[in-house]
Structure formats: C-alpha cells, structure tokens
Design a protein around this ligand. Structure first.
Ligand SMILES: [Zn+2]
Length: 206
C-alpha cells in the first residue's frame, strides 16, 4: 500500500485487496433476502474490524472531500452523517481525518429511518453523508430527507464501495467512492449460472 505523499488516494485495486484480505469482499454463490442471486458479496464491517484497515479506508475517503474547496473551506464546522449502523465506523474515521465537529447516525426503527430522539436538537452544520456501501441508494436517499428536515445543506456524499447500478448523485451532490463495482444480479435460480452448475449457495441477511 502506497501511503506516502500527503494527498494520495489508494487505487480501486488497492482498496479491493484490503476488502478481499479482510473478508469484506467474498466470492461464491449468494442469495439475498429478496431472492436475487449474485457471485459476490460485500460484508463491509469485516474490513472495519481492524483499526489499520478501517483507518486506511476512512482516510482515503476523507481525501476525496478535502480536495473539494467548497468542503475544505467549511471545515471544521461540518457534520458527518451515517445513514445506518454500518456507516458509523466510516463516519467516525472520516470525522477524525477531516477534524470536523459533529457526527450523527440514523437507524431503522419500525421500518423508518430516523435519528435518535433529541439527538438532532441544536445547530446542525452543513452535512457530509458517508456509508460503507451503496447498493440501491435507498438508505442515502432517506437520509437526505432527514437532513433536509433539519434544514442543513448537504455538501458532500461518499462511500467506500458504490454499485454501478446505484445512483451517482443525491440531492444534486455527486456520490464519491473508492471502488465502483459492477455487480450482476440474477432474479431467479433459472437465470443464475451458479445454480445451473449446482454450486453450494449461501443465504445472506442484508
Ligand atoms: Zn444461484
């Protein structure tokens, strides 16, 4: 890993090596709860178990924000927002790297995405939304609505991995990513090559 130089951002290949090594990127025959089949699976918290790899990933993402003059000029009065628990280690890492003042995270309660009660009182700074992975974009889009309700502008958005089928911007803000992954989904066993080969299947929860 090349980490010398002040603003170097690891390449997509280097990030994928980390994800593979930590088990966060897996190859096999996976079935999602919605019944779709894939040959790859990302379980990003596996990469964030380790201080070192978590730091490399978060610092790399933070550099994508720091190079934006509109973002850098507002630091440290910036809020880092995670749409879900999976994005919390990303948010803390990016907050550290940018030395921004605030951090918030949303959670699903009774099927609705929301911040914890009372958490959002007081001044909310302009927001950067970060997450570990964007698959459909629903979580980030719901979080944009929450942030809008608080009256704070969204000045940045970024993830470690973005599926190329996901949106590339929200609320007019482009979604930065360290890896763009072209995931193929098969809607049924009939369409799935691994099913035809009789490959053992693993059911995944997210
Ligand atoms: Zn299959």
């Amino acid at each position: 890993m090349v980490t010398t130089g002040v603003q170097l951002i690891p390449s997509s290949d280097e990030i994928m090596k980390i994800l593979r090594r930590t088990g966060a990127f897996r190859e096999g025959h996976f079935i999602y709860p919605n019944g779709k089949h894939t040959a790859h699976y990302f379980q990003m918290p596996l990469a964030f178990r380790y201080y070192d790899t978590a730091r490399v990933l978060a610092v790399a993402l933070s550099r994508k924000f720091r190079v934006e003059r509109d973002i850098a000029s507002q630091l440290p009065k910036v809020s880092i927002i995670s749409p879900s628990s999976g994005g919390i280690p990303v948010a803390f890492g990016v907050r550290d790297a940018l030395n921004s003042e605030q951090i918030y995270w949303a959670e699903q309660e009774n099927g609705q995405r929301m911040f914890r009660q009372y958490v959002n009182q007081g001044e909310i700074h302009p927001c950067i939304i970060v997450d570990d992975i964007i698959r459909s974009g629903n979580a980030i889009e719901e979080t944009v609505k929450l942030v809008r309700e608080l009256g704070a502008p969204i000045i940045g958005c970024g993830v470690i991995v973005r599926f190329t089928s996901a949106p590339d911007s929200v609320d007019g803000v482009s979604i930065k990513s360290l890896v763009e992954f072209d995931e193929k989904f098969y809607n049924s066993a009939e369409e799935c090559g691994d099913c035809k080969k009789g490959a053992p299947e693993e059911h995944v929860r997210f």
